[in-house]
Design a protein around this ligand. Structure first.
Ligand code: NAD
Ligand code: TDX
Length: 339
């Protein structure tokens, strides 16, 4: 099979590229990524040596460029990871989120319609369901939970999901959608909570916790997410949505304290800063459907996953040090200086 993976130079996309190259020696992986600030060719260095991997530096909004790739490669499947993915940046500059996340999705699906496809898979997020209250631990997001978004990022992802469902109903495009909770693991860009705290702690810099730090996220090791998507594209039902989550809820402040403890750093580095606008309180996924239909369960316990992740950041310092010494410094200054 020829499988297009968009956004493969980013965090989850690159992990998926490596997962698929390892697990499916019969498949070719065609990565499309325009290399925004979040995309990194050094992440794909090992894949570039594999004859079953091809990289296209193309924007998913570039219709002519995307059609050209489809014409040449005759893909059997598309897995769309390409997105602007950081909530804080969406609050600062929403427009690019609407372009890439909604219009880029449309271009990819138009190409699928024009050239034919076995499966178009949209990688979505639990954030499309909005948030849950902190005092109702009995509540979880199911696939039937109404869409109710908070940030420009989540609104753009929800819009894309609706468009994907419309292309299925109207044009019969064979689609599937997965909505996943917060991922962590190797190649996570250091603007997100876990890698930012690891990098700052290692550099003895303040650890900026938004608001009270009581907000809850449901953490999933990235490889478990990749496995779930592999199952959905091969065995999942067309037209369906599958929630993917780890049943692993943690308060932000507890994650940051854990990182301090693991790295032998003082909790005095923790600095409470102004809250994120519209900050979602709690995400928690009910993964019953994907478990019952496809037998998926998360395999990595958080205790093991966080150790592997910290170990990875310790042994790949040049990967993240290169990132945080570049344009990232301006971002960090803008986002945190007067918070
Ligand atoms: P990321 O920001 O690390 O990577 C995004 C990648 O997409 C980058 O390589 C970037 O260069 C590329 N890209 C961005 N705009 C593009 C465009 N217009 N054309 C081509 N390439 C483009 O993101 P991530 O954390 O790996 O997330 C991947 C997907 O998973 C996203 O769709 C996101 O919404 C979803 N998701 C992420 C999480 C999470 O915890 N990170 C959780 C649930 C869902
Ligand atoms: O410096 C920080 N301090 C802090 O307290 C950062 C960067 C984050 N936070 C908080 C905000 C959130 O409550 O940590 C929590 C996690 O924040 P992020 O890592 O930015 O992730 P989140 O906003 O939960 O969104 C992530 O999960 C869902 C991904 O970035 C999305 O792409 C995905 O859809």
């Amino acid at each position: 099979m020829n499988i297009i993976v968009t956004g493969g130079a980013g965090f989850i996309g690159s992990n998926f590229v490596y997962y698929m190259l390892d697990r499916h020696p019969e498949d070719r992986i065609l990565c499309i990524d325009c290399l925004t600030y979040a995309g990194n060719m050094s992440t794909l260095a090992r894949a570039m040596e594999n004859p079953r991997f091809t990289f296209y530096k193309t924007n998913i909004c570039d219709r002519a460029g995307i059609y050209e790739i489809f014409e040449k490669e005759h893909p059997d499947m598309v897995v769309n990871f390409a997105a602007e993915s950081h909530v804080d940046r969406s609050i600062e500059t929403p427009e690019i989120f609407l372009q890439t996340n909604i219009l880029g999705t449309q271009v990819l699906m138009d190409a699928c319609r024009k050239y034919g496809i076995e499966r178009y898979h949209q990688v979505s997020t639990d954030e499309v369901y909005g948030d849950l209250p902190l005092d109702r631990p009995d509540l979880f997001f199911t696939e039937k939970t109404p869409i109710h978004t908070s940030s420009p990022y989540s609104a753009s992802k929800a819009s894309a999901d609706l468009l994907v469902q419309a292309y299925h109903r109207t044009y019969g495009l064979p689609v599937s959608i997965s909505r996943c909770s917060n991922n962590y693991g190797p190649y996570h860009f250091p603007e997100k909570l876990i890698p930012l705290m690891i990098a700052n702690a290692l550099n003895d810099k303040p650890l900026p916790v938004y608001g009270t730090g009581e907000n809850v996220r449901d953490w999933l090791y990235v490889e478990d997410h990749c496995k779930a998507i592999d199952l959905i594209i091969h065995k999942g039902r067309v037209g369906e949505v599958y929630n993917i989550g780890g049943h692993n809820e943690m308060k932000n402040i507890d994650i940051v304290k854990l990182i301090c403890a693991k790295l032998g750093k003082s909790e005095e580095l923790i600095t409470f800063v102004g809250d994120r606008k519209g900050h979602d309180l709690r995400y928690a996924i009910d993964p019953t459907k994907i478990h019952d239909e496809l037998g998926w369960l998360p395999e990595t316990r958080f205790a093991d996953g966080i150790d592997k992740t910290i170990e990875w950041y310790l042994s790949h310092k040049s990967w993240w040090e290169t990132i945080i010494s570049g344009e990232y410094r301006n971002y960090y200054e803008r986002m945190y200086a007067n918070r």
